[in-house]
Write a protein that binds this ligand. Structure first.
Ligand code: KIV
Length: 281
């Protein structure tokens, strides 16, 4: 089928008859292979890596070098899916020059586009990245990098004025050249208003069914992350339980002597055994 490009993704509006976009996070080669082989359209190398892989309590701890490291691991698998890499906190806040350099670092690591969080405040940086020929995905609503400013991981756009601001923000991101927008943690009706208001696809997470696509975090979807269970997470498997059970079986087998078996061991040939004067083993 070939990799979906940013311009092709940009054209994927459900109201125009397109299939909803499917995006799943991945942070390393095994998860990238699973996500791509399962047929996702996009792999997001999300800064959620900080929480679900590196064990931090928020996403603020990862640097652009960390993101490049994980993006490169995903890209080495040469997935069918389009790779979008998150610009982490403080990698697009200081200056336009730094922002473009950081976006370029992620593209050189193997991403085909970058994502950043925030509304109108981010427009100058979005335009600079776009002018460097790098496709940009926006992200509004509950933006985890604004954790402290928002006063926690809280649903956004609950009041009419805030809902209107989100619609305006989405329009300006689209106008500035974003090819798609992640809408996170907003009421269903607000996501519908935003999706109707813009020409580019919206990809929801905790934003209800009316978006042009959906994204979930790999570890949430597979039941590998057991600490957090946001309302919007659907666990399609319980890999944490399966993995714990598998490791417990290994431990039992080691302790009982059942592992390794003869078939799982290497053996000297009869000739070498004879040369060593060993027999009957
Ligand atoms: O980092 C991430 O996983 C994200 C998704 C929640 C959209 O940004």
């Amino acid at each position: 089928m070939g990799k979906l490009t940013a311009p092709a993704i940009r054209a994927r509006k459900v109201r125009d008859g397109a299939d909803p976009l499917v995006m799943v996070t991945a942070y390393d080669a095994p998860s990238a292979r699973v996500v791509s082989e399962a047929g996702a359209d996009l792999i997001l190398v999300g800064d959620s890596v900080a929480m679900v892989v590196l064990g931090y309590d928020d996403t603020l701890q990862v640097t652009v070098n960390d993101m490049a490291h994980h993006t490169a691991a995903v890209a080495r698998t040469k997935p069918e899916a389009h790779i979008v890499a998150d610009l982490p906190w403080m990698s697009y806040h200081v200056s336009a020059e730094e922002t473009v350099q950081n976006a370029a670092l992620l593209i050189r690591a193997g991403a085909q586009s970058v994502k950043l969080e925030g509304g109108r405040k981010r427009l100058p940086m979005i335009e600079r990245i776009r002018d460097a020929e790098i496709p940009v995905m926006g992200h509004i609503g509950l933006t985890p990098q604004s954790l402290h400013a928002m006063g926690g991981f809280k649903v956004q756009g609950r009041h009419a004025e805030a809902a209107r601001r989100l619609v305006q923000a989405a329009k300006s991101l689209s106008h500035a050249g974003c090819y798609a927008i992640v809408l996170e943690g907003v009421p269903v009706q607000v996501a519908e208003m935003v999706t109707e208001a813009v020409e580019i696809p919206t990809i929801g997470i905790g934003a209800g069914p009316h978006c042009d696509g959906q994204v979930l975090v790999y570890h949430d979807l597979l039941g590998l992350e057991t600490r957090l269970a946001a309302k919007f997470v659907r666990r399609y498997a319980d890999l944490d339980t399966l993995a714990t059970e598998a490791v417990r079986c290994f431990a039992d087998d080691v302790r009982s002597g059942a592992f390794p078996s003869s078939r799982e061991s290497y053996h000297l040939s009869e000739v070498e055994l004879a040369a060593l004067g060993i027999s009957g083993l």
